[in-house]
Design a protein around this ligand. Structure first.
Ligand code: ATP
Ligand code: MG
Length: 231
């Protein structure tokens, strides 16, 4: 579904990604792990078209998307949940959702289904975005991405700063989303969370992939766990 081949990325003159290759298949959950500054967010920004395209190719459903504008990539079916969540603090939950839905097609994800998947958002429908807890804001951000009816949803550290119970709740939601046929690429620093939901993992270090494999292979690789994941 999504394939990066030998992707390089730069901020001005700093060369950050040095030939990253990775793949996400249909209905797969894939994690992207690595220490602070490893290049995880940069990889997602490159996929979503927020960086000047560098050498390497990025394809989505066999179409090259490198160089396309972010809104075009999202319209092709790639939902993005950024690290800073990107919700409107002075709009209510319901307004945040209807604004997102209007931009999308009238496909499978409706407000009704979103409220079934996120009962907390239904309870908070009239609250302003800024009044939500961190976990609720994260749910709202995921819900907004789903209303664009993506086939792939990309999340940047959705568990960051959240209490373990809320993290569980969000991971369960992502498993439900996958069960509905949506593939997931998730950046995580929380290894346990990644092992809990992802089928396969990539570990980045200094802008390069230093490991790729299944949860079983990752769990068995003590060097990678120690050096790159601080376990
Ligand atoms: N706008 C920018 N300009 C210049 N350098 C940047 C910029 N954003 C990030 N970097 C550098 O790029 C490298 C990779 O950063 P990136 O944000 O991709 O890391 P990350 O793996 O997402 O880390 P974290 O876990 O802290 O979010 C870091 O060395 C960072 O300092
Ligand atoms: Mg980051």
């Amino acid at each position: 579904m999504l394939r990066l081949e030998n992707v390089h990325a730069y901020y001005g003159l700093s060369h950050i990604l040095h030939g990253v290759s990775l793949e996400v298949g249909d209905r797969e959950i894939v994690s992207l792990l690595g220490r602070n500054g490893a290049g995880k967010t940069t990889t997602l920004l490159a996929i979503m078209g927020f960086l000047e395209p560098g050498p390497g190719t990025i394809t989505y459903r066999d179409r090259r998307i490198g160089g396309l504008a972010p809104y075009r990539i999202s319209r092709m079916g790639v939902g993005f949940v950024p690290q800073e969540r990107g919700i409107f603090g002075n709009l209510t939950v319901e307004e945040n959702l209807t604004v997102a839905a209007r931009r999308g097609s009238n496909g499978a994800w409706t407000l009704k289904r979103i409220y079934e998947l996120f009962p907390r958002l239904r309870e908070r429908a009239a609250f302003r975005g800024s009044k939500l807890s961190g976990g609720e804001q994260q749910m709202l951000s995921i819900a907004r991405a789903l209303l664009l009816n993506p086939d792939l949803i990309i999340l940047d550290e959705p568990s960051e700063g959240l209490a373990p119970l809320i993290v569980q709740e969000i991971l369960d939601i992502l498993l439900n989303v996958r069960a509905e046929g949506v593939a997931v690429l998730i950046v995580e620093q929380n290894l346990r969370a990644a092992l809990r939901i992802a089928d396969r993992h990539y570990v980045l270090s200094k802008g390069k992939v230093c490991f790729s494999g299944t949860s079983e292979q990752l769990n068995a690789d003590e060097t990678i766990l120690k050096q790159h994941l601080g376990v």
